[in-house]
Design a protein around this ligand. Structure first.
Ligand code: X2X
Length: 338
């Protein structure tokens, strides 16, 4: 036997040699589908940590047929831009806050209703139950696909450079960055603050240059996006719960063969459930860490804020906007609001 033949046999036998040369097999080794997944969060946030595991698992279990390339930190554009790209199909997957998605699907902001959820148990019961199913139905009508498990952003807290938020009066006139979403603007107008809509990719510099005095986000984001570097106070206002729908462009999703789609959906949803546990843990434990980095914490009583919103007609207004069916599903999950 010649040296080269022995060498080739060592590579896996004559059958394997045959298939290396075969064009079909060569094609099967390159991914059949390479899809982009965009999000607005830092690489270190659990969303991206779990997404990287997820993409690897999908590549492996589909035998290399579906490769998902992750673009964190709004690399492909702001949330507003990326939503357009998702709709056109230039981006195949995108995780987006339901509140921002509400610019396209009005019902999708409903989980962000001020002071609605009392804890994570109530959140997951609603979002894995009737409320989540209702919103996914509305998303589907808009031509997008929402995976079953919503990923966690968290209960939102308020940071500022100039004063702690102790009572609703402390919000009066505060220049506060909010994400681009009618619900956020409406809520802070009802609380007499001065909300300014800014996409997340510009928040750090808006705080640094004092275009705004404050912003609100869960502790996991305040930590991973290093907002503590440009803020002084952190008030644990817990004023709303926010989550990220894992969205797909419908045509791109339906282009995938059914077995590939099934594998992808399974791993995306499993990663979402793991990300929820990671974020809840971070949100529960980050206070000490952030305090050691210089943020001054306080915990205001939420009731006066909720009373202020009620007195301003905020809940009644949104009940009218969402309509009776959606509002009833929300109140079944969280109790009476208006
Ligand atoms: O923009 C924000 O503040 C963020 C990162 O929480 C959302 O995506 C809504």
């Amino acid at each position: 036997m010649s040296l080269s033949r022995r060498h080739l046999l060592a590579l896996g036998g004559a059958g394997a040699i045959g298939s290396i040369a075969s064009p079909q097999v060569v094609r099967a080794q390159a991914p059949e589908f390479t899809y982009k997944y965009a999000n607005n969060l830092p690489d270190t946030h659990p969303m991206n940590v779990r997404a990287r595991e997820m993409a690897e698992a999908i590549l492996k279990e589909t035998g290399g047929r579906l490769q998902i390339k992750i673009f964190p930190t709004s690399q492909l554009g702001s949330d507003t831009d990326t939503l357009s790209q998702l709709r056109s199909g230039a981006v195949e997957f995108f995780t987006l806050s339901g509140l921002i998605l509400s610019t396209l699907v009005p019902a999708a902001s409903i989980n962000g209703m001020g002071y609605a959820f009392k804890d994570y148990d109530a959140v997951w019961q609603a979002m894995d139950g009737d409320l989540g199913a209702y919103v996914r139905g509305q998303i589907s009508k808009a031509g997008l696909v929402a995976m079953e498990k919503i990923w966690d952003n968290g209960f939102r807290q308020t940071t500022t450079s100039n004063r702690p938020i102790v009572t609703p009066d402390d919000l009066r006139g505060l220049k506060l960055r909010v994400p681009p979403s009618p619900l956020w603007t409406s809520m802070y107008k009802a609380l007499e603050a001065s909300p300014v809509s800014i996409n997340f990719n510009e928040v750090y510099s808006a705080l640094q240059t004092k275009v705004v005095d404050g912003q609100e986000n869960p502790l996991a984001i305040i930590a991973t996006a290093k907002l503590f570097e440009v803020q002084k106070y952190c008030s644990l206002t817990n004023h709303m719960w926010d989550g990220f729908w894992f969205l797909a462009n419908r045509r791109a999703w339906e282009r995938l063969p059914e077995d590939v789609r099934k594998i992808a959906a399974k791993h995306i949803n499993e990663a979402g459930v793991r990300e929820r546990a990671d974020v809840a843990k971070l949100n529960a434990h980050l206070q000490q860490d952030l305090a050691s980095k210089g943020l001054a914490f306080n915990q205001p009583d939420p009731l006066p804020f909720r009373d202020r919103l009620r007195a301003a007609g905020f809940y009644k207004e949104w009940q009218g906007k969402y309509g009776e069916e959606a509002w009833a599903i929300l109140e079944r999950a969280v109790g009476k609001l208006s």
